[in-house]
Design a protein around this ligand. Structure first.
Ligand SMILES: [Zn+2]
Length: 312
């Protein structure tokens, strides 16, 4: 559970929360949306911490009684809403954990904060139950809905919440974090960052994943030995990967990045623009052997493969 200062990126959202804490203009309901791994939970926790902190500063002190209680998961005014069924948050979950308790004044803080993770799993009935509370909340009530998909919410919920959307971080920021904080080698960090597409949690996961390393080596081997740009061979291989239950989307991403590198080098002759700098010699020779048309065709074929997979 970090403070804002330990969270990488998301400056606008941090600024919004810090302002709210300092001015006391705190809304009763927020939606934090973004892919898994992007940092919704960290941001929500940091906001809750700074609302509960006895110092009342924009950044939680991490030392006062309230901070320590929150950090150990024992603050009575910070409630993490749970759900029985893995696939859905039902009306009873919302009633019992939010509606029935929110009228009880906070024990020790000015605020009483509810965090609902995976809020997109709320059933329509659950959302309607929550709506009653959001429509007439007590002055101290703050509800944070965390979601990967805000489109699953009723328009009436959306219109009553402050919506904050997490944006992907710049590859450069992700790469620097991997190098500085995790000690990942620069050339590898660049590849993880490219794959993670601005999702820091995903990048951290990839840097530690044996499965990813295995996929990486297999595909690299394939791409390096695919002498001429033979699309049917490539597609056969993709089918094989699917049968072996590999992360097929990850494989397609890989191939796409690889051929983009080849195309990039063919066009610019600039090694610094490549993701796979360690494979420079393969990229270079491939860029000499392949024509623009062939490379474009491959990139299109990979896109098509992805569309077909989505449709399956
Ligand atoms: Zn504190």
């Amino acid at each position: 559970m970090p403070g804002f200062d330990k969270i990488v990126g998301h400056e606008q959202i941090k600024e919004h929360f810090r302002n709210a804490v300092q001015t006391g203009k705190v809304s009763h309901a927020y939606i934090l949306s973004g892919e898994a791994g992007m940092g919704r939970k960290s941001l929500a926790s940091a906001f809750a911490l700074s609302l509960l902190c006895e110092k009342g500063m924009a950044e939680p002190c991490m030392q006062c009684h309230a901070c320590r209680q929150a950090l150990s998961g024992n603050h009575p005014d910070l409630i993490y809403v749970t759900h029985e069924k893995p696939a859905s948050i039902g009306v009873d979950d919302i009633r019992e954990q939010i509606n029935d308790t929110i009228m009880v004044r906070p024990y020790s803080s000015y605020y009483k904060i509810y965090i609902v993770d995976e809020a997109e799993k709320m059933t329509v009935q659950a959302q309607n139950a929550l709506l009653k509370t959001i429509e007439e909340p007590p002055s101290y009530g703050v509800i944070l809905l965390l979601t990967t998909n805000p489109e699953g919410f009723l328009p009436t919920i959306l219109s009553r919440c402050v919506q904050l959307k997490l944006k992907p971080l710049k590859d450069e920021v992700v790469k620097e974090y991997l190098i500085q904080s995790l000690g990942v080698e620069e050339s590898q960090a660049e590849i993880y960052a490219a794959f993670a597409r601005g999702n820091l949690g995903k990048a951290i996961h990839l840097a530690d994943s044996e499965e990813f390393k295995q996929m990486y080596h297999e595909i690299l081997h394939l791409l390096k030995h695919l002498k001429d740009t033979d699309i049917s061979e490539l597609l056969d291989y993709i089918r094989k990967l699917k049968d072996e239950k590999m992360d097929i989307y990850g494989c397609l991403d890989f191939m796409q990045m690889w051929y983009r590198d080849v195309l990039m080098y063919k066009t610019t002759k600039d090694i610094n623009l490549l993701i796979f700098k360690d494979e420079f010699s393969s990229i270079k020779s491939m860029s000499t052997l392949s024509g623009y048309d062939g490379l474009e065709r491959i990139l299109v074929a990979i896109d098509k493969a992805r569309v077909r997979l989505d449709a399956m």
